[in-house]
Design a binder for this molecule. Structure first.
Ligand SMILES: [Zn+2]
Length: 254
């Protein structure tokens, strides 16, 4: 990207309130960073909005679904006129209008072992905004393989979960969920739940690329909207994790 190492006057003004937090250098790091968002549903829509609002230089997102009426209670980038369109098509023009200086690449394709390999390799941070563990496990394996930070988000009803994986520095998703759980199709969800978790995912992404704060490594965060509480579960790397045990962490330069 040309000009990524400098901030324009427009950018200095646009991001002035967050530059107060992490300085011009922090904002430059965000501008120089690329993010992959896998899934453009409830989590993905909110995450994409906040990634674009934060000024990430490049955002790649992937989904092969089309917009349906029952998506609209939570997938805020998809509107009534978008029903029947591809989700990436629905999302991309709104994001372009929202932040015209972010490079956007929306891929209307399935995320799998073949398509995912080059996508994961090409970015700095990955957000898991999926709705199934089959694909999550593929994403987790690729992120561990290529040593890419992965921020896991999941929602059900009023409950959401967040977990950040930095390969070599803490457990991966399969350290704590070793086997694929039974998939639940069309789970209940209130739209504000993915908004909460997606906001936390973007917060983690900002912290990782700027180096500020402490990502939720080894801390599985649970949000319970019904009782309005957050709690955390300490989790550790498992010696017999089917993914981590394949990686030689000794040679990691993190
Ligand atoms: Zn693991």
């Amino acid at each position: 990207m040309s000009g990524v190492n400098i901030l324009t006057d427009t950018e200095l003004e646009r991001f002035s309130r967050q530059i107060k937090l992490f300085g011009v250098d922090g904002q430059k790091k965000i501008k120089c960073s690329s993010v992959l968002v896998v899934g453009v549903g409830g989590l993905g829509c909110s995450a994409l909005m906040y990634l674009a609002s934060a000024g990430f230089g490049k955002i790649i997102f992937v989904d092969n679904d089309i917009v349906e009426l029952n998506n609209l209670n939570r997938q805020i980038l998809h509107w009534e006129d978008d029903i029947g369109k591809a989700k990436v098509e629905s999302a991309i023009w709104k994001l372009k209008k929202f932040n015209s200086s972010t490079l956007l690449d929306g891929l209307n394709s399935e995320f799998n072992e073949e398509t995912g390999e080059s996508l994961v390799r090409s970015v700095d941070v990955v957000l898991d905004c999926l709705d199934n563990f089959k694909t999550r496990f593929i994403l987790n394996r690729l992120c561990v393989k290529y040593r890419k930070p992965l921020i896991h988000g999941a929602v059900y009803g009023f409950e959401g979960r967040l977990f950040t994986i930095i390969p070599g520095k803490g457990p991966c998703l399969q350290c704590i969920i070793p086997f694929q759980p039974t998939e639940i199709s069309d789970p209940p969800v209130v739209g504000s739940t993915p908004a909460v978790i997606a906001s936390l995912q973007v917060t983690e992404a900002i912290k990782i690329v700027t180096g500020i704060g402490y990502p939720s490594i080894g801390k599985f965060i649970v949000y319970d909207g019904e009782s309005m509480s957050f709690f955390e579960v300490s989790v550790k790397k498992r010696d017999n994790c089917p993914i981590c045990s394949l990686i030689d962490y000794e040679d990691l330069q993190l």
